[in-house]
Ligand binder design. Structure first.
Ligand code: CMP
Length: 141
């Protein structure tokens, strides 16, 4: 089915000047960018976005990292977009990320793993609404 998923290019990948390289991988895989914005998240925003991880041992480090610099946030649309994006990103822990994936090529650590992607269609809807409350571009094709 045609799905939408939320993707974040994290501060370490933005600092590496890898926005274009990463967006290019999504497009090359047939995913369309139907919304995008660049922002420097506040501590409150990052804590709310990752609210499900509150209390976990890595939470404070994650929020500190995600607020350390600008991120690029986009909505990707296409056939099986949630799973396709996760395939392109590779495993969350870059130590387990397959060669050629975004995390294998651009991650620096488990926390600084270059990209975030929604893990399911229902969480994608919540995450898309978090960053794009006004909605995304209507389909014109
Ligand atoms: P992300 O897809 O952004 O979702 C939550 C993030 O928390 C995850 O990628 C990792 O960057 C980070 N994370 C999850 N588990 C751990 C862990 N055990 N140690 C460090 N960071 C983690």
């Amino acid at each position: 089915a045609i799905e939408q998923t939320l993707s974040i290019i994290k501060p370490n990948a933005v600092a590496k000047n890898a926005i274009g390289a990463i967006l290019g991988r999504f497009e090359a895989a047939g995913l369309r960018i139907v919304a995008a914005r660049m922002l420097h998240m506040s501590k409150e925003q990052a804590s709310a976005f990752y609210g499900i991880h509150q209390g976990k041992p890595f939470f404070d480090e994650l929020v500190a990292f995600m607020t350390s610099g600008p991120v690029m946030v986009q909505v990707l649309e296409g056939e099986d977009a949630v799973a396709k994006n996760r395939d392109i990103m590779g495993a969350t822990n870059p130590a387990n990320a397959a060669p050629g994936t975004i995390r294998a090529d651009f991650a620096d650590s488990f926390t600084e793993n270059a990209a975030h992607g929604s893990d399911a269609a229902d969480t994608a809807a919540v995450e898309i609404a978090f960053f794009f409350p006004e909605g995304v571009c209507p389909r014109t094709r």
